[in-house]
Unconditional design. Structure first.
Ligand code: TRP
Ligand code: SF4
Length: 333
């Protein structure tokens, strides 16, 4: 029996290189070794986008197309929509009794996100909803409903996996051993820097390169990427270690990497030429992804079928879990 992987992603926008190198690239490999469930976490996305349902709906399809374009294979993995698994919502309610408010507020991920909202909206946190503070509970339900024992995540998600493990332990202690504690699988490149040199590539930071950016946009973004600020003239020697263009040459695995490094150090490489080389490499990387995207954009029915099929498969799992959960909780009337 293959071990089960469960991981999810919020459909709030298109995938960018940060998602790709930080997460989905490794998902493509994992599908060969594990039984993989990849969740389009629309319910979770609604916790802080509840007033923008059109955005989430549109991005469920956009994200699915992105995932299929980078190589998530519906014959190997199950791609499913969270809201179509009512067992997850049901399990969330049962788990709610096992988590104190204090523990939720202490979750470092939630804490950081609430702090960000306070600076964004300038309020005292009064507008933070019950659903938002409680999303770690619903994420624990995602993982355990599907019987996920391995959860690939970035570092920022570790407190959520820890909280899931606590819930499972508490459930098993009170109701008898029913659920399995999941383990995390930490992404090797958890945080990808933005083109502007910021620590993280993010949609809200405006420094992202999207997998569905067209050639013109890619060129413009790379041409504006931050290089070594001390390099003024074309033949000044520079430090590639602090240059975002070099950073992306590395990520994209340019076979010419050593030359980029030594020429930059020696001052025999101009930044414009260096950026143009990176653009070529990124275009090569994006070409097959764009072709697949085009195919799925032209075959929307197929996308919907893939989601329906994956969701059906996921639901069977969730129903099995629910049966055991209800028996343990003595509510299997
Ligand atoms: N919280 C995750 C994120 O923002 C997305 C997610 C939803 C998830 N459900 C999950 C991750 C279950 C791992 C397991 O990226
Ligand atoms: Fe960066 Fe290339 Fe310029 Fe060096 S030559 S600073 S690596 S863009």
């Amino acid at each position: 029996m293959k071990k089960t992987i469960l991981t999810g992603i919020r459909p709030t926008g298109n995938l960018h290189l940060g998602h790709y190198f930080g997460a989905t690239k490794s998902w493509v490999k994992l599908q060969d070794e594990y039984e993989c469930f990849f969740e389009v976490a629309d319910v979770q996305a609604l916790t802080d986008n509840f007033n923008n349902p059109e955005k989430i709906r549109k991005n469920v399809y956009e994200l699915t197309i992105d995932l299929l374009s980078v190589g998530i294979d519906p014959h190997k993995a199950h791609l499913f929509i969270q809201s179509k698994i009512p067992e997850i919502a049901e399990l969330t309610i049962f788990y709610s009794n096992l988590v104190t408010m204090a523990r939720l507020y202490r979750n470092p991920t939630v804490k950081t996100e609430i702090a960000q909202k306070k600076t964004l909206f300038g309020n005292d946190g009064e507008s933070v909803t019950y659903g938002f503070v409680g999303y770690p509970i619903s994420q624990a339900a995602d993982i355990t409903a599907l019987g996920g024992t391995i959860v690939p995540v970035g570092e920022d998600q570790l407190p959520l996996i820890e909280q899931c493990r606590e819930i499972v332990r508490k459930f098993n202690t009170i109701y008898g051993v029913t659920l399995q504690e999941p383990e995390y699988l930490l992404s090797k490149t958890p945080r990808i820097k933005g083109l502007d040199g910021k620590d993280k590539m993010g949609k809200s930071l405006g420094n992202a390169l999207y997998l569905n950016d067209d050639s013109e946009t890619v060129t413009k973004k790379i041409m504006n990427a931050i290089t070594d600020p001390n390099k003024i003239k074309k033949d000044d020697p520079a430090n590639p270690e602090i240059c975002m263009v070099y950073y992306y040459h590395q990520l994209i695995e340019n076979p010419n990497l050593e030359t980029v490094y030594t020429e930059c150090k020696a001052g025999s490489r101009g930044c414009v030429a260096c950026k143009k080389e990176l653009i070529t490499k990124i275009e090569q990387f994006l070409t097959p992804i764009r072709q697949k995207r085009k195919y799925y954009e032209d075959h929307q029915d197929e996308v919907i079928n893939i989601l329906n099929q994956g969701t059906e498969e996921a639901r069977i799992r969730a129903q099995e879990t629910m049966k055991q959960v209800k028996a343990s909780m003595k509510i299997d009337y």
